[in-house]
Design a protein around this ligand. Structure first.
Ligand code: NAD
Ligand code: MG
Length: 330
C-alpha cells in the first residue's frame, strides 16, 4: 500500500514560505479555473535550504528523504500526450526517474521501470502509482553494471510491454570525492559502467524494437558543462551523455528515431544524501542557484514528456536544461 506520508502534499511543499494560494497552479489547472489560479512563484513553491543532513547508504531511498521529494504524486495531471505508448525508464524508482514514470503513466503510457533490488520498496510505490493511473506498470530490478542484465532488461521490458516506443536512460551513480588521490579505480570504473556503458548497452539492445517515431532520452547533468571539483568522474560521464545524444541523434535520424538529453541542475533526490554530495554541503544543496533552492523531480518531468511525445517531432540531438536559473553555458 502507498503510505500517505510518502507523498509530499502541496501544503507541505508550500510550508517553507508561500501563503498556500498556489494550490490550483501548475498541473492542477487543467480545467476552467486556470485563468483565476494564482501563478506559482518558483522562488518559494518548494522547500528551500537548509535541508536535512541525514546520510543514506547508496543507492538511497526516496522514502527516507527529509524533506520528502515531490515527484508529482498529488499534482501531475496528464493530457493524453503519450496515449498507448510503451516506455522503459531506468532508475524509475526514485528521484527524476520516478517523476518521469508517474508523468508518463498519467499521459497514457504503459511503463517498465528498472532499479536496484535494494530499492524494491520505492519501486513498488511507483508501480502502484502507474496502475492507479490506469496503465500497466512493470518492475524489473537488476544491476545495470552487468552487461548481460542490460540485454535481459530490454528483452523482458519488450515482452511485458508488448513493444517499446520510448527509452529513458536515467539511472546514474554519483559519489563525491574531494581528492583525485582518494578516487579508487573501482569507484571510477563503477561510475563509468553505470553512467556510460549501461546506456550504450541498453540502447543497443533496445534499438531493434524501437519504431520510427520512437524517442530515446538520456539524463545528463549541468555537470557536463560546469563540473564540480568533487565530481571528477561523474562530470565526465555526464559530458559523455551529451555526446551520446548528439551523435546518436544523427545516426538515428534516418530511422525516424529522436535522441535528446536532459541536463538537470541540483535536484532533491536520494542520489545526493547517498554520497553524491559532501555531507557538510548537503544542507545548502541548491542554494547556489538564482532560485536559491534545489529543484523537485516534478519540476523536470514535463521536459521528458515533451521529448517523448510526437509534439517534439523536430527536436533531436538537443540538450534541455532545468537548473534553477543556471545556464548550461555559465
Ligand atoms: P536517484 O537516486 O533517485 O536515481 C538514480 C537511480 O539510478 C537509482 O534510483 C537507481 O535505481 C539507479 N541506479 C544506480 N546504479 C544502478 C545500477 N548499477 N543498476 C541499476 N540502477 C542503478 O537520483 P536522481 O537524481 O533522480 O538521478 C537520476 C539521474 O539524474 C541520474 O542519471 C543522475 O546522474 C541525474 N542527475 C541528477 C541530478 C540531481 O541533482 N539529483 C542532477 C543532474 C543529473
Ligand atoms: Mg532509487
Amino acid at each position: 500500500m502507498l503510505d500517505e506520508k510518502l507523498i509530499l502534499s502541496r501544503e507541505e511543499a508550500l510550508k517553507s514560505g508561500t501563503d498556500g494560494s498556489s494550490q490550483k497552479s501548475g498541473h492542477q489547472t487543467a480545467t476552467g479555473s486556470a485563468s483565476k489560479a494564482q501563478l506559482k512563484n518558483p522562488l518559494d513553491a518548494y522547500p528551500r535550504p537548509p535541508y536535512s543532513t541525514e546520510k543514506q547508504q547508496a543507492p538511497g531511498l526516496a522514502s527516507k528523504l527529509t524533506p520528502l521529494a515531490d515527484h508529482g504524486e498529488k499534482t501531475y495531471k496528464g493530457s493524453g500526450k503519450l496515449l498507448g505508448r510503451k516506455a522503459l525508464i531506468t532508475g524509475g524508482d526514485s528521484g527524476i526517474g520516478r517523476a518521469v514514470a508517474i508523468a508518463f503513466a498519467r499521459e497514457g503510457a504503459d511503463v517498465a521501470i528498472n532499479y536496484l533490488k535494494e530499492e524494491e520498496s520505492d519501486a513498488q510505490e511507483v508501480i502502484e502509482l502507474i496502475e492507479q493511473a490506469g496503465r500497466k506498470g512493470f518492475a524489473i530490478p537488476g544491476d545495470l553494471t552487468d552487461r548481460h542484465f542490460c540485454e535481459k532488461l530490454v528483452e523482458e521490458a519488450v515482452q511485458k510491454l508488448g513493444g517499446l516506443d520510448i527509452l529513458v536512460n536515467n539511472a546514474g551513480r554519483q559519489q563525491a570525492v574531494e581528492a583525485l588521490a582518494d578516487l579508487t579505480d573501482e569507484s571510477f570504473d563503477k561510475t563509468m559502467k553505470t553512467n556510460i556503458y549501461a546506456p550504450f548497452r541498453v540502447t543497443k539492445a533496445a534499438l531493434p524494437h524501437i519504431p520510427a517515431g520512437g524517442s530515446i532520452i538520456i539524463t545528463s547533468s549541468i555537470q557536463a558543462f560546469d563540473p564540480s571539483a568533487i565530481l571528477f568522474d561523474y562530470a565526465q560521464t555526464k559530458a559523455a551523455n551529451v555526446a551520446f545524444a548528439k551523435s546518436l541523434a544523427k545516426q538515428l535520424a534516418p530511422k525516424g528515431i529522436r535522441v535528446n538529453a536532459v541536463a538537470p541542475g541540483p535536484f532533491w533526490t536520494p542520489l545526493q544524501p547517498a554520497g553524491g554530495q559532501l555531507m557538510n554541503a548537503l544542507p545548502q544543496f541548491g542554494s547556489e542557484t538564482p532560485l536559491k533552492r534545489a529543484g523537485q523531480p516534478v519540476e523536470i518531468s514535463p521536459l521528458y514528456v515533451l521529448l517523448a511525445s510526437e509534439e517534439a517531432s523536430y527536436c533531436s540531438g538537443q540538450v534541455f536544461g532545468a537548473a534553477g536559473g543556471i545556464g548550461m553555458d555559465s
